[in-house]
Design a protein around this ligand. Structure first.
Ligand SMILES: Nc1ncnc2c1ncn2[C@@H]1O[C@H](COP(=O)(O)OP(=O)(O)OP(=O)(O)O)[C@@H](O)[C@H]1O
Ligand SMILES: [Mg+2]
Length: 262
């Protein structure tokens, strides 16, 4: 269980980015955190991954726990060792490195070379295109393929919880749909998924539970399917007609990751 307990985060002396945020992510589920620009979503991901300090931020009160372990005071490396991995906003693959080298970078917490090789093989099984392009420089991949690589790299540490900060950002709608399917597949294989998105239609279509953040505080939370039906969510985040939205969220349940054509 990943628990945010009355968490408040500040940048510098002034900016209160997160205020008294509390919710729990049940093991084995997909949780969507949605909200608009500047709501505090990335800040929450920085807090969970131990990277706030690199951005001049800090937890001023409350805590984050993964199981019995309080993680908000640990460094990023230790947090990964505790079973948490973040796919950061904007992908950040290493453009000059090959696909395989990028995967190796995600595996640095694994001591055993054999296990590392096993995970690389598993990534190529899951993401067929990456297997095809293993010696290609990451900068030459399409946006969708780079996102795929960022997700595969996140999985290299074998996380219990995978967090993703806006994986659909700047990706073509068709590929966004594939990302949704991929996340479900990863979840079915036993990983808890926390999905941060401005794209509420995609996120709530994939998730079991949803949390809405506005100006640093939780404004709504609940069952994702129920939330999609509420008037407030429709008006604020989904837009368009009910039909359009149905199309956007209808993820094919049986698609395989290997079929992803980015
Ligand atoms: N390094 C920083 N220093 C100071 N303020 C920051 C810093 N990073 C973010 N903020 C502020 O904290 C608030 C939350 O920002 P955050 O990036 O977490 O929002 P977000 O929900 O991820 O937005 P977006 O959807 O645009 O990515 C905003 O008011 C933002 O200006
Ligand atoms: Mg953000």
């Amino acid at each position: 269980m990943l628990i945010f307990d009355s968490l408040s985060v500040r940048y510098g002396a002034g900016v209160q980015a997160i205020e008294d945020v509390g919710f729990e992510v049940r093991p084995g589920t997909v949780c969507a955190i949605i909200g608009g620009n500047g709501a505090g979503k990335t800040t929450l991901m920085r807090a969970v991954s131990g990277t706030l300090g690199y951005h001049g931020g800090r937890v001023v009160s409350g805590e984050i726990r993964l199981g019995e372990t309080r993680i908000d005071r640990l460094n990023p490396h230790r947090i990964v060792q505790h079973g948490l991995a973040l796919v950061p906003e904007g992908r950040h693959v290493f453009g000059e490195l090959t696909v395989e080298e990028n995967l190796q970078v995600g595996a640095t917490t694994i001591g055993s070379g054999k296990l590392r090789q096993q995970r690389v093989r598993r990534a190529y099984e899951m993401f067929e295109a990456l297997g095809r392009y293993r010696t290609r420089r990451a900068s030459l991949l399409s946006g969708g393929e780079q996102q795929m690589l960022a997700i595969a790299r996140g999985l290299m540490s074998g996380p219990e919880v995978l967090l993703l900060d806006e994986p659909s950002l700047g990706i073509a709608p068709k590929v966004v749909h594939r990302i949704g399917e991929t996340l479900r597949e990863i979840n079915r294989a036993g990983t808890t998924v926390v999905l941060v998105e401005q794209n509420a239609a995609m996120a709530l279509g994939v998730a079991d539970q949803g949390v809405v953040i506005e100006r640093g505080a939780i404004s709504m939370r609940g069952d994702a399917a129920e939330m999609r039906e509420t008037e407030e969510i429709r008006r604020m985040y989904l837009g368009g007609s009910a039909e359009e939205e149905e199309e956007a969220v209808a993820a094919a349940p049986h698609a395989t990751i290997g079929r992803w054509e980015a």
